[in-house]
Design a binder for this molecule. Structure first.
Ligand SMILES: C[S@@+](CC[C@H](N)C(=O)[O-])C[C@H]1O[C@@H](n2cnc3c(N)ncnc32)[C@H](O)[C@@H]1O
Length: 211
């Protein structure tokens, strides 16, 4: 049995930021636009499920106070070494998106890019509540959801769970969870009344900005 955590650990394990080629590690373009539009200089921001830190890196270089959380210890270790290599300030913590390890009202923005559809539906519901808890009043979260057809070609390597999540039990994605959200499900999950932006990106991902 391979868990989702083991799957993500294996993606970052053994990668060395000291000699890693970061030239392809670019932030999500729409996150850059969001920052220009909504953030004050020096704002405190959370990159939730930060992975290898491509968005955190941009945010720190842009002068925001960056906090990163991921449940993969190897991803967090990678980000710490990455920030050290580029002499960037930032705080990285191991933690799960459904129990964010920060107090209420800590952040001026929360980003959760390409990650909330990699947990089961119930955990995603908790994660949305947690993001709202750690946001300062009136501040925004930015989320993306992968295209519906992501991993469709290897869907036969997954079992369908009772909440409609795919659990990969074979092949190189063994352990991966992917919940293919239809648009209405995203609206239900996040709360339609809270959503200020819902748009399709070039690759078919859905971007949501929400209170
Ligand atoms: C596709 S990567 C995206 C990484 C990053 N946000 C980016 O845009 O490059 C998904 C990330 O979600 C993290 N993740 C998955 N489930 C998580 C959970 N329950 N809590 C925190 N992080 C989680 C994984 O470890 C992985 O780093």
């Amino acid at each position: 049995m391979c868990s989702s955590k083991q799957y993500w650990e294996s993606r970052f394990d053994g990668l060395n930021p000291e000699n890693y080629d970061f030239s392809q590690s670019k932030p999500l373009t729409e996150l850059v636009d969001f920052c220009h539009k909504h953030l004050h200089p020096g704002e405190t921001v959370l990159d939730l499920a930060c992975g290898g830190g491509r968005n955190s890196h941009f945010l720190a270089e842009s002068g925001y106070q960056v906090y990163g959380v991921d449940f993969s210890e190897s991803a967090i270790e990678f980000c710490r070494k990455r920030f050290s290599r580029f002499s960037l300030p930032g705080v990285f913590k191991v933690g799960s998106m459904d129990h964010i390890p920060f107090p209420d009202r800590s952040f001026g923005a929360v980003f959760c890019i390409a990650a909330i559809d990699h947990v089961r539906y119930e955990a995603a519901q908790k994660a949305i509540g947690e993001m709202r808890r750690v946001l300062k009043p009136e501040k925004l979260m930015l989320l993306t959801f992968d295209p519906l057809d992501t991993d469709q070609d290897i869907a036969d390597q997954a079992e369908l769970l009772d909440d409609r999540s795919l659990n990969f039990i074979k092949g190189e994605h063994r352990g991966l969870i992917f919940h293919p959200y239809i648009d209405n499900e995203i609206r239900t999950l996040v709360g339609n009344d809270n959503i200020t932006v819902f748009e399709y990106l070039e690759d078919g991902s859905r971007l949501v900005v929400s209170r």
